[in-house]
Design a protein around this ligand. Structure first.
Ligand SMILES: Cc1cc2nc3c(=O)[nH]c(=O)nc-3n(C[C@H](O)[C@H](O)[C@H](O)COP(=O)(O)OP(=O)(O)OC[C@H]3O[C@@H](n4cnc5c(N)ncnc54)[C@H](O)[C@@H]3O)c2cc1C
Length: 315
C-alpha cells in the first residue's frame, strides 16, 4: 500500500465489537456506505468468552465468537465495507477529519463513530489465561449466573469489585474476596455493604497465587502477602474486578473524556464535543458494559451520524 494513500468516506466506524457492527448495520441500511476498521480484535471482547446467555434473540444461548460472526455477516450483507486495520492517529481539527490506518493509509471522513471498546485488566498469571471462559471471568453480570449455588472468588478492592461481589453474593453460596492491602478503595457505603453481607468472606493482604483446575476452575490458592501463608479454597468461578481500560488513547487531548479515559457523550445522544464525531459502546460507558447496551448505543450513533450528514447536506 502506498504511504499516505488517501481515501474519502462519509462515515468511518472504528472498532468491530457489538457497538461498531450495529452502527455499521444501521448506517449501511441508511445508505451511508460506512467503512469499518476492525482493529486488533475483530469481533471485540465477546470473542474471548464462551457462553453468552443474556443477548436477546438466542433462547439457547450462543458462543461469544459465533455471535460476533453473526454481527459481522449481517453488517456485510447490508453493504458495510469491513476491513482489517487499526486506527493509529487522528486529526480532528477540521472537516473532513483525518484518520491514519496502520500509520499508512489516511481516511478522510465526514463523520466518525468511535466504538473502540474497553479492555478488562487482568492479573496476567498463566492459569488465568488458560482458564479464561472456563470459570475465569472479568464480568459478574455476564457470568455470575453460571455459578448459582456455588462458591466463587473475586479479586479487587474498588467500587466495581464491591458491586460485583454484592451481585455475586445474591447468586452464589459464598464469595471469597481477595484484597491486596488491609483496606478497600471502594466508597465507605460500598465497603459497609460488603462487610455486612454474611456470605462474602474478605481475605485482607491477600493475592492470587494460582487458580487451580485442569479444564475448569476448581480452587484458588491464596497467598497472604504479609505472612507468606498459602491456603487453597475450592471454588467454581474466579472473577477479576481490577478495572477496565477504555481504548481511547489516540483521541486524548482532542475528544473530551473523564480522568479514566472514558469518552464523554452528551447525555441522551452519542455526540462528543467534536461535531460529527460520535462514540458508542464500552469506550463511553463505564456503568453498564454489556453487549446489548453497546449494540443499542451503536444504533444511536448511526442514527446521530445519519442526521448530522443529512443536515450538512452531505447525504
Ligand atoms: C470475558 C468477557 C465476557 C463477557 N460476557 C458478556 C456476556 O455474556 N454478555 C454481555 O452482554 N456482555 C459480556 N461482556 C461484555 C461485552 O463483551 C462488552 O460490553 C461489549 O463487547 C462492548 O462492545 P463494544 O462494541 O463497545 O467494544 P468491544 O467489544 O470492546 O470491541 C472493541 C473493538 O474496537 C476495536 N478497536 C480498538 N481500538 C481500535 C483502533 N485503534 N482501531 C480500530 N479498531 C479498534 C477492537 O479491535 C474491537 O474490535 C463480556 C466481556 C468480557 C471481557
Amino acid at each position: 500500500m502506498d504511504k499516505n494513500q488517501t481515501e474519502k468516506v462519509n462515515l468511518l466506524i472504528i472498532g468491530s465489537g457489538p457497538a461498531g457492527y450495529t452502527a455499521a448495520i444501521y448506517a449501511a441500511r441508511a445508505n451511508l456506505k460506512p467503512v469499518l476498521y476492525q482493529g486488533i480484535q475483530p469481533g471485540g471482547q465477546l470473542t474471548i468468552t464462551t457462553d453468552v446467555e443474556n443477548y436477546p434473540g438466542f433462547p439457547d444461548g450462543i458462543q461469544g465468537p459465533e455471535l460476533m460472526v453473526h454481527f459481522e455477516k449481517q453488517a456485510q450483507r447490508m453493504g458495510a465495507d469491513i476491513r482489517y486495520g487499526l486506527a493509529t492517529k487522528v486529526d480532528l481539527s477540521a472537516r473532513p477529519y483525518k484518520v491514519w490506518i496502520d500509520e499508512e493509509k489516511i481516511i478522510e471522513a465526514e463523520s466518525i463513530i468511535i466504538s473502540t471498546g474497553a479492555s478488562a485488566k487482568w492479573l496476567n498469571i498463566e492459569s488465568e489465561q488458560r482458564l479464561n471462559g472456563y470459570g475465569v471471568s472479568a464480568c459478574a453480570v455476564c457470568d455470575g449466573f453460571f455459578f448459582r449455588g456455588k462458591d466463587v472468588a473475586i479479586v479487587g478492592a474498588g467500587d466495581t469489585a464491591a458491586e460485583e461481589a454484592l451481585y455475586l453474593s445474591k447468586l452464589c453460596t459464598n464469595v471469597h474476596m481477595l484484597i491486596r492491602r488491609d483496606e478497600m478503595r471502594a466508597s465507605k457505603v460500598m465497603q459497609d455493604r460488603v462487610k455486612n453481607t454474611p456470605n462474602i468472606k474478605i481475605y485482607w493482604n491477600s493475592e492470587t497465587d494460582e487458580i487451580l483446575g485442569e479444564k475448569t476452575v476448581e480452587a484458588v490458592r491464596i497467598k497472604n502477602n504479609q505472612s507468606g501463608e498459602k491456603v487453597e479454597v475450592p471454588i467454581k468461578g474466579f472473577f477479576v474486578a481490577i478495572g477496565h481500560t477504555p481504548n481511547s488513547d489516540i483521541f486524548k487531548g482532542v475528544i473530551d473524556m473523564d480522568e479514566a479515559g472514558y469518552i464523554k457523550t452528551i447525555p441522551g445522544s452519542s455526540k462528543t464535543n467534536v461535531e460529527g464525531v460520535f462514540a458508542a459502546g464500552d469506550v463511553q460507558d463505564k456503568i453498564y458494559r454489556q453487549a446489548v447496551t453497546a449494540a443499542g448505543s451503536g444504533c444511536m450513533a448511526a442514527l446521530d451520524a445519519e442526521r448530522y450528514l443529512s443536515e450538512k447536506g452531505i447525504h
